[in-house]
Ligand binder design. Structure first.
Ligand code: ADP
Ligand code: MG
Length: 691
């Protein structure tokens, strides 16, 4: 039997195509449920629970719980340790797949021998290959990997007669994806896809946790989130309260902690107001995709909702207002992906009767490039080979010139995934070494070809004068920081000084966020700190205060962070810290950056924007990080560098700051551009440059 499997971050499902009815059907699990939680629980006695049973244990805090492990696919640093064994996300996915398959086999009494498995559109080569391996580890042939939104579109477009351009709006548990597809008779063409992979239903849950914890704190003076297991219970319970609010107008939430018990009512209306900023974040993604495709809402015929979180009534209303288009609720929102996969499993592997042939074309979610030397020879760049949203399979061949004067017969090609010209802003997928070509030392040419296959897996090949060249894969080295340095060893060897001022919103609303802020900023300082970097720390509210003036000693900043308190500069946010920060930076040689962290809307926005402009003129990079109620469009106005406005959540603050740290060390985000001084000395690498 062939099946389609939706291997979801939070829930998974299995479906099969029924040739009798010509329809895809869900195969229920052992508990007669269509969805199986993507959760694994390792009990202390060695027993392993998967799915429903494991989810039941999640709130109780017994054993080791592995959840949301799909996010760690292809990432070897993501591991779960239980009973003396270390599991990678791939191992965990294989275990979950094994369970899904066993349940489906038991239910149908048939053996499953092959499957189509879905992955998020943004999954890269590693993650796709890891998914294929996980499937094969369960003894199932993975016929194909398809993108989740494409699968949803297949199940929607299947047997549909009229031509339509559909936007698939997929809001899941932890990710958000939007995809535009053209559906014509028997043909589904994906035009483009975009996503925010740290945004999903769990952010809605988090607002409930925050709401009740704050109420509780107000009432009893203790914060239930201070206790890890109470917090976890609250997170799990909040997901249920959220679902209740999908059905009813209000919910009463009971919280017990530290001998106290509080009861709070949350109305749907309050919930919608408190989560509006999350919906707005999905809007940004939709607009970006339309812009990328050069189309407008007028070109979209309807919006198809998929993903469990689109059940929330607020989603439909929001999208109706935003687009003015009909919103289609997929007949089975969270089964659409599995059903689409089941249809694909039928189309791709049978020319048998009864099934109408359906042509499916998908696109790449990211650009793929090759590390190469800029035309000026002064830096490494990401030379894009296959543009994002290209139709797959895709194949591009480009000539590269070997650096004149280089007499070797070896070139390295690093495959980069991402849109930025800066290599370190991209994901380094793979490294290959090309050898055996003729090189006259005068800039010989080697043709490099990228092939992106239908599973989204990339293959690199190389030619010279039409002849195949030898290619060997090598692991990507752990330290690739040299990609931000000058390519040759002619550089002057002067290290670049950097100066960073962190400005932290200390208005009243930040009172429950300080711990996370402290941790994130501390980790940031410690990771960026070196002998050439100076930091300063500023707090602001209705006034601005310098908490620590520029120092090379990260420990001074860390101790200043320990004293972080709200309300010391007033309870509101009437001040802008940018002027103070820029005067702290002035006179310091090297690159300059201000990082502003805020959770609210500022009183004097125009003033802040004019200060940001002054910063820009003084070559100071401003980066705005927003949490909670912060306004992304305002952050965009004050940030002076591309991608400098970031909206995040409290529990991802650390990730956001580490993105900034990476950008600083890679020299992107403006800090390197504004720096005087030369590039660092490094040994020459042999690479080609695009013609
Ligand atoms: P994924 O594909 O990421 O695993 P799903 O598409 O299955 O996610 O969606 C799971 C999310 O949908 C969870 O955050 C869950 O709380 C949410 N969800 C499911 N049903 C409802 C509902 N009735 N109301 C609100 N949210 C829901
Ligand atoms: Mg999903």
């Amino acid at each position: 039997m062939k099946v389609g499997i939706d291997l979801g971050t939070t829930y998974s499902a299995v479906a099969k195509y029924d040739r009798q009815t010509s329809r895809p059907d869900i195969i229920n699990n052992r508990f007669e449920k269509e969805l199986t939680p993507s959760v694994i629980c390792f009990l202390d006695n060695g027993e392993i629970l998967i799915g429903e049973d494991a989810k039941d244990m999640q709130a109780g805090g017994a054993g080791v719980i592995a959840a949301s492990f799909k996010r760690g696919m292809g990432d070897n640093s993501f591991t779960v340790e239980a009973n003396g064994r270390i599991y990678t996300a791939e191992d965990l996915s294989a275990m979950l797949l094994g369970k899904l398959i066993a349940d489906a086999e038991e239910k149908t009494g048939e053996k499953i021998d092959s499957a189509v498995i879905t992955v998020p559109a943004y999954f890269n080569d590693f993650q796709r290959t890891a998914t294929i391996r996980a499937g094969e580890a369960c003894g199932v042939k993975v016929m194909k990997i398809i993108n989740e939104p494409t699968a949803a579109a297949i199940s929607y477009g299947y047997n549909r007669e009229s031509d339509k351009t559909v936007m698939v709006y997929d809001l899941g548990g932890g990710t958000f994806d939007v995809t535009v597809v053209k559906i014509t008779k028997g043909n589904i063409r994906v035009m483009g896809t975009e996503g925010n992979h740290i945004l999903g239903g769990k952010d809605w849950d988090a607002t409930i946790v925050k709401y009740v914890s704050e109420q509780f704190l107000e009432e009893f003076g203790v914060d239930p989130r201070d206790d890890e297991s109470t917090k976890n219970e609250l997170i799990v319970a909040s997901e249920n309260y959220k679902k209740v609010l999908t059905k009813t107008d209000s919910v009463t939430i009971q919280v017990k902690y530290n001998g106290y018990s509080g009861k709070y009512t949350l109305t749907r209306e309050q919930f919608e107001i408190r989560t509006q900023f999350l919906l707005n974040a999905t809007k940004d993604v939709c607009i970006r995709l339309l812009g990328d495709l050069g189309i407008t809402w007028a070109d979209i015929d309807e919006i198809l909702l998929v993903g469990g979180s689109t059940r929330m009534p607020q989603v439909t209303g929001f999208l109706e207002k935003l687009s003015g288009k009909p919103i289609i609720v997929h007949a089975d929102t969270d089964l659409a992906v599995a059903k689409g996969a089941a249809l694909a499993s039928e189309f791709y592997c049978s020319s048998s009767t009864g099934v109408r042939e359906m042509q499916i074309t998908d696109v790449t979610a990211h650009s793929l490039g090759a590390l190469s030397v800029s035309p000026g020879g002064d830096r490494f760049i990401n030379e894009i080979m296959i543009k994002r949203n290209s139709k797959v399979p895709a194949s591009v061949r480009k000539p590269f010139r070997i650096d004149p004067g280089n007499m070797t017969n070896i070139v390295e090609v690093y495959t980069l995934q991402g849109e930025s010209r800066m290599p370190l802003d991209c994901y380094v997928l793979a490294k290959v070494v090309i050898s055996g070509f003729c090189n006259d030392g005068n800039g010989s040419i080697v043709d490099v070809e990228y092939n992106y296959d239908e599973n989204g897996v990339v293959k690199v090949s190389a030619y010279q004068s039409g002849e195949f060249l030898q290619i060997d894969s090598e692991p990507v080295p752990g330290d690739i920081s040299w990609m931000s340095d000058a390519p040759s060893n002619v550089a002057s060897g002067v290290p670049i000084a950097k100066n960073v001022v962190m400005c932290i919103d200390l208005s009243r609303s930040m009172r429950n966020s300080l711990e996370e802020v402290r941790n994130a900023v501390r980790d940031f300082v410690m990771s960026v700190a070196d002998e050439n970097t100076k930091f300063g720390l500023v707090g602001f509210g209705d006034k601005v205060g310098i908490m620590r003036d520029m120092t090379r000693d990260p420990n001074q900043i860390v101790s200043a962070l320990d004293g972080l308190k709200v309300n010391v500069y007033g309870r509101g946010t009437d001040a802008s810290p940018l002027g103070t920060a820029s005067s702290m930076l002035s006179g310091n040689p090297g690159g300059k950056m201000i990082v502003v962290l805020t959770d609210g809307i500022w009183g004097k926005r125009n003033f802040a924007v004019s200060e940001a402009l002054n910063c820009k003129n003084s070559k100071i990079a401003v980066v705005g990080v927003g949490i909670g109620e912060a306004d992304i469009s305002f952050l965009k106005q004050i940030s002076t560098v591309e991608e400098g406005a970031m909206f995040t959540t409290l529990d991802r603050l650390g990730d956001t700051f580490s993105t900034i740290a990476t950008a600083i060390s890679s020299g992107s985000m403006g800090i390197r551009e504004s720096a005087e001084g030369g590039a660092r000395l490094r040994s020459a690498e042999v690479r080609g440059r695009p013609l």
